[in-house]
Write a protein that binds this ligand. Structure first.
Ligand code: ZN
Length: 302
């Protein structure tokens, strides 16, 4: 299947000045690299993300007011058909140069279980892109409507620094995953050239997270990249939606509500002072709180 993403961007820019402007603005966005030695986080000053960072995810949203449902989408947003169940749209508040939202055509709750295969297939149909997922309490600003997102893999530090991370972990003989801790966050890395193995391994990790945490759905951020005939999957288990810094007032406050982008090393700062203020210690504190809790480490290892 060939999906013409560049063609979609051309059409969308022709149809809407908003889309053209926000993606043009991204080209000159302010960035700061925070180097951790071997890997890094990239801060991005991006005021357009304020709605997403501060979204009230507990709010019940019906089809009539849902911005992912067809009748209530962003003005002039074009949708292309991916398959019978999914449409591909361009994200109106982008973090990435080619930021897509892949939405279920039905207004169904955010859920990855049962869709592992389709997610792996999507990444296979979008080589060069990472298809990613934020669970209901882990960064999804629309937990009421199933969706994935995608961006170019080259933009994601965690994939750029893949070999560095892999060298610091141990690959499980049981399922081929590798659990890594880099001082800030824990994550599973999965490498498979066979799609069915990638699906099986991803489903196994998600199943384990759900059963150990006893949550309604596995709370995690998941990204899948397909390049050179290999599927690379990263799963960030989550213990918390937002860190204490999000709720703090005064100097200690940061409007940071981590989703997949943040976990993968791109931190969009909607508030300018956060962009200048964030230090290595703040980042370590924020990610330590939202990542896997050490008390579960033994149970969550393969
Ligand atoms: Zn909806």
């Amino acid at each position: 299947m060939k999906i013409d993403i560049d063609g979609l961007f051309v059409k969308q820019f022709e149809k809407s000045a908003h889309f053209k402007k926000v993606f043009q603005d991204l080209e000159t966005v302010k960035k700061r690299v925070i180097d951790f030695g071997g890997f890094d986080y990239v801060l991005q000053f991006n005021p357009g993300r304020i709605g997403s960072a501060t979204a009230d995810t507990a709010k019940k949203v019906t089809e009539d007011e849902c911005f992912l449902c067809e009748k209530h989408r962003f003005p002039n947003q074009i949708a292309v058909e991916y398959n019978e169940n999914y449409n591909i749209l361009i994200n109106p508040f982008p973090i990435f140069k080619k930021h897509l939202t892949i939405v279920d055509k039905r207004h169904v709750v955010q859920e990855i279980r049962g869709e592992e295969k389709i997610m792996v297939e999507m990444s296979g149909n979008l080589p060069g892109f990472t298809v990613f997922y934020n669970s209901r309490h882990s960064g999804a600003s629309a937990p009421f409507h199933r969706h994935f997102q995608a961006c170019e893999t080259v933009e994601l530090p965690v994939f750029r620094q893949w070999d560095f991370f892999l060298s610091g972990g141990k690959i499980s003989e049981q399922n081929g995953s590798c659990l890594v801790f880099d001082g800030t966050r824990y994550f599973y890395m999965i490498n498979h050239s066979e799609a069915s193995k990638a699906v099986e391994c991803l489903a196994g990790v998600l199943e384990k997270l759900q059963s150990v945490h006893k949550t309604e759905t596995p709370e995690a951020n998941v990204g899948i990249a397909f390049d050179n005939s290999v599927y690379r999957i990263v799963v960030f288990p989550r213990s918390k939606h937002r860190p204490r810094e999000y709720f703090a007032t005064g100097e200690g406050h940061f409007t940071i509500s981590p989703g997949f982008a943040d976990m993968a090393g791109i931190i969009p700062c909607a508030v300018e002072s956060d962009f200048y203020k964030l230090t290595k210690d703040n980042i370590t504190s924020i990610f330590n709180q939202v990542t896997l809790e050490e008390k579960y480490l033994k149970e969550l290892s393969f």
